[in-house]
Design a binder for this molecule. Sequence first.
Ligand code: ADP
Ligand code: MG
Length: 374
Amino acid sequence: MARICLKNVYKRYDDTGKSLFGKKHQNDFAVKDLSFECKDKSFIGILGPSGCGKSTTLRMIAGLEEITAGEMYIDNVCINNLLPKDRNIGLAFEDYALYPPLTVYDNLAFNLRAKKLSEAEIKKAINNVAPLLKVDELLTMKPSALSGGQKQRVNIARAIVRQPGLLLLDEPLSHLDGKMRQTLRQEIKRMHHEIECTTIIVTHDQIEAMSLADIIIIMKDGVLQQMGSPLEVYDSPVNEFVAGFIGEPPMNLLKSIIAKTQDGFYFTFKDSDLRVKVAEEYYSVISDSMRITLGVRPVDVIITTKSTSTPTPVAVYENFGDERRVSVRVGDELLNLTTQEEIVYSRGDIIKLEFNSAKTHLFDPVTGMKIKTK
Ligand code: ADP
Ligand code: MG
């Protein structure tokens, strides 16, 4: 069990930051000014697109990568200069890296033997952990006989068998197929409830982060964008990037121009007749002709008969059985909506749309930051 805290951590790799001509790029930090704190026993998800600095962050915490600047603490102890083996951390990366000639039991025992535990203690530790990850039936097998999902279970079991204070998982499900991912995701969640070990998982998959973590850290280009509970980042994204990254299908982000009429403000769109009424709570922060980016999730776009908005033709209709998706063209963008209602449309059918006004988000088109109501 451990509390972890990063203060203004930077990472620049020596061999990046140089162009062909030896000049430095400006954006040559893999991680920039990263600060966050995780409570003891929490489950943190670091989420972001490939190359945003997730693995670098994890490797710095593990001590496998030196930090360029900043401070890192575990339970108030500065770990900057501690060797990896002295940080009491369990690690499982996406590549299982099990020792092929050894049985699963001996793979799990390997680090414990290195720590000179007695065989009786080792057996006890393995017997405690094996059922948690359902590897108890695999103990006599060699890695070559295991499926991808089984290898990953062994990999995670090996990370927790030493009872680390902090468990670090780097894309542990990324090699697995859809069904196996879901099963193992549930196993990891259950395991975390049982061992209550502070855990950080790194993933580019928002569903993984949303379902596993209590707190999500979203990164882009080495910079923390938002930290919050899954619901906070879903309901109150601080900027366009977070808004577009969380949610499937993603939030609609439409370039809009505000138009003032006698009966209030409307969202209007270039090369489109669509007009949608703006929620009154925004009236204090908008003005006629103002450009904004309108964010609205597909579930919050509603087909209606009494709407004051413009009749619009259906551009795409998709039926997924449990959910239907309808898209309409708005200028050169598509506005997507999802519904569980039993509706069937064809391309060209005319519909009217309304937005769930409590769930519309306005962003500054220049900075991408959320425009807050006063
Ligand atoms: P992520 O895990 O989010 O995909 P990484 O932390 O692996 O991202 O990488 C962040 C940035 O640092 C990327 O631009 C990547 O190319 C660079 N990088 C990662 N590892 C190294 C390395 N060993 N040497 C040089 N650059 C690296
Ligand atoms: Mg990575």
